[in-house]
Design a protein around this ligand. Structure first.
Ligand code: NAD
Ligand code: UDP
Ligand code: UDP
Length: 335
């Protein structure tokens, strides 16, 4: 018989970048963790440390199909997050956000579980308000190449709030801003992983557009701390709440910093800006500070140093990992 006082936690997308760090954090807190993933972008390599834990269980499953398990809490993270990956099969991306949310909410309703949704700053689209507060409704193209992700996540938020209103479900919705750190996929096309891999390999750094667009980068340990605090917060605090680092920088500045930290001979090359690429993005985290007592602690330079160390190990082969199989044919951006 299992110990009834031990919380059983389901993490969907647990083999991914954020999910694997979350699984480790929950295991360290003595929770029983069931990780569900279809390995679309995640890998078992990310779970090497978790798989050694007796309270950890891994299940291959696609959240667009119903799932019948018995759990006390659900963290719903399943969804490809990098533009290259989510645009590879956009219909599947929308299905994962929408059908995945319906199934996980149906599960939460049946077992009376508290449920967290990994939403995103992309719900604000290309924002016309700066920095973005939670009460801003966004500026999203519903028919563009990013829409599968943006609108899928917006619809998932709607479903979460309707399950709350209709079924009184305890929900927690976080709008996550750009997060980086060890276990980002080296080929996933996101800016931090691209620039670090390019700099370590001495290849040109591919800045899209003029490099004047901004992002605000949060180190992974800070973000995971915010997610766990949100889950522990009072039931009447549902969010949506922004989780991200309000330190804003241009993509050009990021490229220069990474070149410096890697001591790389790489030079910057400019490539076309992808469509609907947001011009500015920065979270207003007043709500998270007030309600969760949370703010990021790791400065960009320090977080990048740790991430560079990880990629250095990966590229030099001292850390054995494979690219996600289904994504092997997605190359790094052209040099
Ligand atoms: P990731 O791609 O590394 O992880 C996503 C995980 O979900 C992978 O393990 C993947 O295999 C799995 N998955 C995808 N579709 C699935 C399906 N249908 N069924 C089961 N599993 C599925 O991405 P990440 O950066 O770890 O992002 C995790 C979550 O956080 C996502 O929901 C993403 O939208 C959200 N988010 C991330 C960021 C960020 O900067 N990393 C920013 C905003 C929001
Ligand atoms: N569902 C699930 N696991 C459960 C309970 C429900 O995957 O333990 C799925 C089920 O397939 C359903 C969805 O969640 O389609 C929504 O469930 P809900 O009970 O809210 O709606 P209904 O079944 O009435 O459509
Ligand atoms: N970007 C870039 N070069 C790259 C990858 C991304 O200049 O090799 C830019 C991209 O156009 C965007 C920003 O970096 O303006 C962040 O891109 P990412 O894909 O990491 O995340 P997004 O915030 O766009 O979802």
């Amino acid at each position: 018989m299992r110990d009834p006082s031990r919380r059983r936690v389901l993490v969907t997308g647990g083999a991914g970048f954020l999910g694997s760090h979350l699984c480790e954090k929950l295991l360290a807190a003595g929770k029983e963790v069931l990780c569900v993933d279809n390995f679309y972008t995640g890998t078992k390599d990310n779970l090497k440390s978790a798989m050694g834990e007796p309270l950890f269980e891994l299940m291959r499953h696609d959240v667009t199909f119903p799932l019948y398990v018995e759990v006390d809490e659900i963290y719903n993270l399943a969804c490809p997050a990098s533009p290259v990956h989510y645009q590879f099969d956009p219909v599947q991306t929308t299905k994962t956000s929408v059908h995945g949310a319906i199934n996980m909410l149906g599960l939460a309703k049946r077992v009376k579980a508290k449920i967290f949704q990994a939403s995103t700053s992309e719900v604000y689209g290309d924002p016309t308000v700066h920095p973005q507060k939670e009460n801003y409704w966004g500026h999203v193209n519903p028919v563009g190449s990013r829409s599968c992700y943006d609108e899928g996540k917006r619809c998932a938020e709607t479903l979460f709030f309707d399950y709350r209103r209709q079924h009184n479900l305890p929900i927690k919705v976080a709008r996550i801003f750009n997060t980086y750190g060890p276990r980002m996929h080296p080929n996933d096309g996101r800016v931090v992983s691209n620039f670090i891999v390019q700099a370590l390999q001495g290849k040109p750094i591919t800045v899209y557009g003029k490099g004047r667009q901004t992002r605000s980068f949060c180190y992974v340990s800070d973000l995971i701390d915010g997610i766990v605090r949100l889950m522990k917060s009072d039931d009447d605090f549902t969010g949506p709440v922004n989780l991200g680092n309000p330190h804003e920088c241009t993509v050009q500045e990021l490229a220069e910093l990474i070149i410096e930290l890697c001591g790389s001979p790489s030079r910057i090359v400019f490539e076309p800006l992808p469509s609907d690429d947001p011009a500015r993005r920065c979270p207003d985290i007043t709500l998270a500070k007030a309600m969760l007592g949370w703010q990021p602690k790791v400065p960009l330079r320090e977080g990048l140093e740790r991430t560079i160390e990880y990629f250095d190990g990966l590229l030099s082969g001292s850390r054995k990992t494979r690219p996600a199989r289904s994504r092997e044919n997605i190359p790094l951006p052209p040099p």
